[in-house]
Design a protein around this ligand. Structure first.
Ligand SMILES: Nc1ncnc2c1ncn2[C@@H]1O[C@H](COP(=O)(O)OP(=O)(O)OP(=O)(O)O)[C@@H](O)[C@H]1O
Ligand SMILES: [Mg+2]
Length: 250
């Protein structure tokens, strides 16, 4: 693994105005992810995981704080430059899939490859859909696919450009055990073969444990769970380790 940072986050805050007043969703997040690393972000519903992922992927802007993505400070970019950076370096698997309703499965997967001017986009998209077990659904539109099938189309679409950083929000959330394992295998293959940095939000402990690091989000604050050397000590003191252990025990 490289020692170069793929993502550095300094004192990140995200607040939004609501009818009840200002709501702080992220409350001073600090983290550093090296190139080629795989990290899992765990934590309860509503704790801010998707909000953080959207900020890291330059899909949204923070209230304050700094994000450096592959050496570029996001706050220095206007919307156009952010879009260019996303296209060049980032893929995102959304919790709600975000497939284009008017395009069939094959066209959805081809889209980012065509936008990036990749050669043989159709053949590559077909191969990707075959890898996720959907060769028999190429011409189905999103509303003709099951939730798990839509998720696998979204995964194929995220993979086609071999991104530098892949953000995935619950990538196995709608899948059965067999397909979860298949998708996890694909994620880690991409990580190994293309040195893609993986940032996964997940409730899936099997997937989380396959990552090199686990972080726990709780009401807008993140805690690291790291370190094999002092495992016993870490277990008792570290909320992220305790969370993993307690979910496992239940
Ligand atoms: N634009 C917004 N305006 C008001 N509240 C928001 C907004 N976006 C998010 N929130 C609130 O912020 C909190 C964090 O939301 P977020 O989607 O990041 O949670 P999450 O950890 O991804 O949860 P889940 O596991 O259910 O997906 C939630 O309580 C949500 O209601
Ligand atoms: Mg979420």
């Amino acid at each position: 693994m490289s020692e170069v940072s793929a993502i550095t986050v300094n004192n990140l805050v995200k607040s939004v105005a609501t009818q009840e007043g200002e709501l702080t969703i992220l409350n001073g997040i600090n983290m550093d992810v090296k190139q080629g690393q795989s990290i899992a972000i765990l934590g309860p519903s509503g704790s801010g995981k998707s909000t953080l992922l959207g900020l890291l992927a330059a899909l949204d802007s923070p209230t304050s704080g700094e994000i450096i993505l592959d050496g570029v400070a996001l706050q220095s970019l206007d919307e156009e430059k952010k879009a260019a950076l996303r296209k060049q370096k980032v893929s995102f698997i959304f919790q709600s899939f975000m497939l284009v309703d008017t395009l069939n499965a094959l066209e959805n997967v081809m889209l980012p490859a065509e936008l990036a001017g990749i050669h043989q986009a159709k053949e590559k998209a077909e191969a990707m859909l075959e890898r996720v077990g959907l060769s028999h659904r190429l011409t189905h539109f999103p509303n003709q696919l099951s939730g798990g099938e839509q998720q696998r189309v979204a995964i194929a679409r995220a993979f086609i450009c071999e991104p530098k950083v892949l953000f995935a929000d619950e990538p196995t959330g709608n899948l059965d055990a067999v397909n979860s394992e298949k998708v996890a295998d694909m994620l880690f293959e991409l990580n190994r073969e293309s040195e893609t940095t993986l940032v996964l939000v997940t409730h899936d402990l099997i997937l989380a444990k396959r990552c090199q690091r686990q972080l726990l989000m709780d009401t807008g604050v993140i805690t690291e769970s790291e370190g094999e050397p002092n495992k016993d000590k870490t277990l008792s003191n570290n909320p992220a380790q305790s969370h993993l252990a307690s979910v496992e025990a239940s």
